[in-house]
Design a protein around this ligand. Structure first.
Ligand code: NAP
Length: 309
């Protein structure tokens, strides 16, 4: 039986791996078979992770964090977890090949997925003008004209943040009323660089190598028009990846896994959660890493408490 199984392979999972392996717990990590490495694998330059003053490419950063985790004995397997049995003292993790792996503790760090518009070219131009993260990519849109899609707090926050760099920010919303809180709305309304385009959805994204414009469809009368832009930020919500633990762990109203205060302790003993899957607000690589640290330390204390009993 393993001491700890970690599910996930983003900054939270791998940092938990670094701490757990340095504690001699030889963690087994299930990175997914299709998209190991998490959201940073889709990012180009990462300029806000401490320790890299010249910046670093997202995939390279993940490679380095993984190498650090493996150096101390984290065993990474590129397999998908299909089922979890977490209620008892022995946690059972089933992978897609049908194998069942047992552990005394589980760290769940499956991250979250940005919602997509679901239109052609969204993925093709991702990293080439299409982004889901203003904090990560805003800097690259200095003096440009860009658009933010969405009407919630995220869209307002992103649009307001992006006016630090861009000359002009369109906020495109599918209705004529925002979902965002009044204070966030007002901040955006008061910003001279922000212009709202109401009752509109993105029908197409133009650009061969880089984004050059949008085709917008009026949601009331169906008419279409072109809008030249150089960057597109999609901020239509974010879904924590919790499908494996539905009905097993308590979730918050926001859909993240509920943890006890600032700890990583979930509603089941021996099960810890970290990173975006518990975080509806910050969603940064460095906050995810810190959260992974908390989970590894909590798991370590839990394992010691088992020995004491
Ligand atoms: P959200 O509140 O769910 O808002 C998503 C927005 O995107 C809505 O306006 C929605 O339109 C729109 N949308 C959804 N799917 C779409 C699609 N396919 N095409 C076009 N538009 C689409 O998500 P969020 O803004 O990410 O916020 C999530 C949570 O985090 C909220 O509780 C929010 O308050 C919180 N948050 C807080 C802060 C802050 O306080 N600083 C910052 C960010 C987020 P409809 O309005 O028509 O549904």
């Amino acid at each position: 039986m393993h001491q700890i199984i970690i599910i996930g392979s983003g900054p939270a999972a791998l940092t938990a791996g670094i701490y757990a392996s340095r504690a001699g717990l030889e963690p087994l990590m299930f990175a997914s078979s299709v998209e190991p490495g998490g959201e940073l694998m889709n990012t180009t330059d990462v300029e806000n992770f401490p320790g890299f003053p010249e910046g670093i490419q997202g995939p390279e950063l993940m490679e380095k964090i993984q190498a650090q985790a493996e150096r101390f004995g984290t065993q990474v397997r590129y397999e998908d977890v299909t089922e979890l049995d977490l209620a008892g003292d022995v946690k059972r993790v089933t992978t897609s090949d049908g194998a069942v792996h047992e552990a005394k503790a589980v760290i769940f760090a499956t991250g979250s997925a940005y919602r997509k518009l679901g239109i052609a070219d969204e993925d093709r131009l991702s990293g080439h003008g299409v982004s889901w993260c203003a904090t990560c990519d805003g800097f690259f849109f200095r003096e440009k004209t860009i658009a933010v899609i969405g009407g919630g707090d995220s869209a307002m926050e992103e649009a307001t943040f992006l006016t630090r760099f861009a000359d002009k920010v369109y906020v495109i919303h599918r209705r004529d009323e925002l979902k965002a809180s009044k204070i966030m709305q007002q901040r955006a309304f008061d910003n001279e660089k922000i212009e709202f385009i109401w009752n509109s959805e993105v029908a197409a994204i133009q650009g061969e190598e880089e984004v050059t414009g949008l085709t917008l469809r009026d949601t009331v009368d169906g008419s279409e028009r072109e809008l030249p832009i150089e960057g597109l930020f999609i901020a239509i919500g974010n879904d924590p990846r919790t499908h494996l633990v539905h009905g097993k762990l308590n979730l918050t109203a926001e859909g993240t896994i509920a943890v006890d205060g600032r700890t990583s302790k979930t509603s089941l003993p021996g099960v810890f959660a970290a990173g975006d899957v518990i975080d509806p607000s910050y969603r940064q690589a460095v906050t995810a890493s810190a959260s992974g640290t908390v989970a590894a330390l909590d798991a370590e204390h839990y394992l010691v408490s088992l020995e004491d009993n």
